[in-house]
Write a protein that binds this ligand. Sequence first.
Ligand code: HSE
Length: 321
Amino acid sequence: MKTVNIGLLGLGNIGTGTYKALEMNRARIEAVTGLDLRITRILEVDVTRDRGIAVDPAKFTQDPSAIFGDPSISIVIELLGGVEPATSFMVDAMNAGKSVVTANKAALAENYEILTETAAKNGVSLRFEASVGGGIPLIAAITESLAANEFTELQGILNGTTNYILTKMATEGRDYADVLAEAQAKGFAEADPTADVEGHDVANKLSILLSLVFDVRVKPQDIPTTGITDITKGDIAEAASQGCVIKLVANAARTPDGLLYFIQPTWVNLDHPLASVNNEFNALFLKGNAVDDLTMIGKGAGPLPTASAVLGDVITIAKGV
Ligand code: HSE
């Protein structure tokens, strides 16, 4: 059995889910991979909150250098969210020779070059499967299994909170604010849910996908984006009367005029694969010149689905440690 020590930055919703999932599936992970994964240090200010998990208080630190300077730690999981200090912490961790796993779409979208170049410079791994599509293994699929394709088109439902809100408004006739509060309680929404409902979270994710799928860097603020705040129950009923549902869709396509990309609430015909993607589920449709049409669907938000992607990245790196 190979022991791999891990430093965790942030024990919020996703951090707690990751800790929980690792304990829940420890026996299976050990049996299948031969890895004994241990979260040995946790950067977290709130050390008293009852999270429903048993954490040795000695693991907590408020000093990031206690993790980056610890030679026994080879992997750092960054789950703080937000651009800073998360970006600086990831850079510091990689400069200290640690590989990094993150779910942080905002930091990646803003600082993609800095982060990927720092990983390359230090010969360490930077993996971010959880940053787009939650538990859907779409980044591994795009960068590995589908790497032989030239892509011409993508469409995605990439935000669980807004898809949850639109679904509940359509199927249960509930009010926007009421459903948003429920999505927050379930741990889907960002700390500031404005990022979800205004589409900024989707812009961060589409920015990452544009790098991976089309090899172009577009800052999230340069992606034309409309969120769902103006969608009313009347709009949803009108779409339904025409055999459609309203979804917040991220689009990108190669056109004769260049690469086109935008995010907007869209009427989706009921016979389209994205129409039946409900609640916190996300989906990504891709058109590749070899694979042709492909749709991946799974839970795009929530502590355990996100933890599934985080731990998958940790295992991939730990196998090579
Ligand atoms: N707030 C995000 C969402 C979390 O609702 O999809 C997952 O990235």
